[in-house]
Design a binder for this molecule. Structure first.
Ligand code: SAM
Length: 287
């Protein structure tokens, strides 16, 4: 008998059989598009290396990516899953993982990820996200970056493009500004629809976000959110016109901006400068 821990995981029934045995037919309402291809799940796990400390996985489903993370040597995987059927289906993987896998039944939107794993150890999120809540989850985690070392996440490609978009591009908007202000982002690779069961309508992208030691520029998060909402809410308008939504006179005074710019031409540092001016005016209006 071999004592390699991954042998027990390797010996588990194929995922298709697990799905059949537990009646885990994919539910659209839960964004269930399962990934069986070991090459692809292995690539995601390798992109997330090092896998020491805690890997938080959202939506393990039948456990394809979970298996890959464990096989790649993850020290501890804590997986949050909403679907009771999947939790039952994961029972044999929990046993095979010999203490390295913990499953939490619940809604990932409500779980406080900073309470998971051991404080002081590496903590990262790796997931093939349910697409209907993917952006909401990411925005929540942007508030918890002090407690995260990395996120390696699969999105619909269009959302991935909105996260990694560069200034001037059509996909450049609020999500790019907020994510890149706080994280270094990179697109890792795309996965075609036919790799999933059932296939979704769109291509998917794995995106990696690594929290920056310091945000790209000084700004208050609420003010930056308000500024990006106001300006990208009227993408076609020039800055001097869209800024009026914030209802504060003279916000651009003293900034190196003419007012003729459209939001997709503004760099993250520009949005931060406007957010800082907004913060100052709000402060002085309170006095
Ligand atoms: N990780 C699996 C894979 O790659 O094959 C399944 C990924 S599937 C795209 C999304 C998973 O998230 C499903 O297992 C689904 O049940 C789960 N899920 C959906 N909404 C959830 C929520 N609010 N909280 C936790 N898990 C959720």
């Amino acid at each position: 008998m071999s004592d390699r821990p991954s042998d027990k995981i390797d010996a588990l029934p194929p995922l298709r059989d697990v799905i059949k045995s537990y009646g885990l037919d994919a539910k659209k309402s839960l964004g269930q598009n399962f990934l069986f291809d070991l090459n692809l799940t292995g690539r995601i796990a390798r992109a997330a290396m090092p896998l020491d400390g805690t890997v938080i996985e959202i939506g393990p489903g039948p456990g394809g990516l979970t298996r890959a993370l464990l096989m790649a040597g993850a020290e501890k995987v804590i997986a949050i899953e909403k679907d009771r059927r999947a939790i039952e289906a994961l029972g044999s993987l929990v046993i095979a993982a010999e203490g390295r896998l913990e499953i939490i039944e619940g809604d990932a939107l409500e779980v406080d990820i900073k309470t998971l794993g051991e404080a002081g150890k590496r903590r990262q999120i790796v997931a093939n996200l349910p697409y209907n809540i993917a952006t909401g989850l990411l925005l929540n985690w942007l508030d918890d970056l002090d407690h995260l070392d990395a996120m390696t996440l699969m999105f619909q490609r269009e959302v991935g493009q909105r996260i990694t978009a560069e200034v001037g591009g059509a996909a450049y908007g609020r999500l790019a500004v907020m994510a890149q202000w706080l994280c270094q982002v990179r697109s890792v690779f795309d996965i075609p629809p036919q790799a999933f069961v059932p296939p979704p309508k769109v291509t998917s992208s794995v995106v990696q976000l690594i929290p920056r030691e310091q945000p790209l520029a000084n700004a208050d998060k609420t003010c930056l959110e308000d500024v990006t909402r106001a300006l990208f809410g009227q993408r076609r308008k020039m800055l001097r016109s869209s800024i009026k939504t914030l209802k504060i006179e003279g916000l651009l005074d003293g900034l190196a901006l003419s007012g003729d710019e459209r939001p997709e031409r503004l760099h993250i540092e520009d949005f931060c400068a406007i957010a800082e001016a907004l913060r100052q005016s709000r402060l002085s209006n309170c006095k």
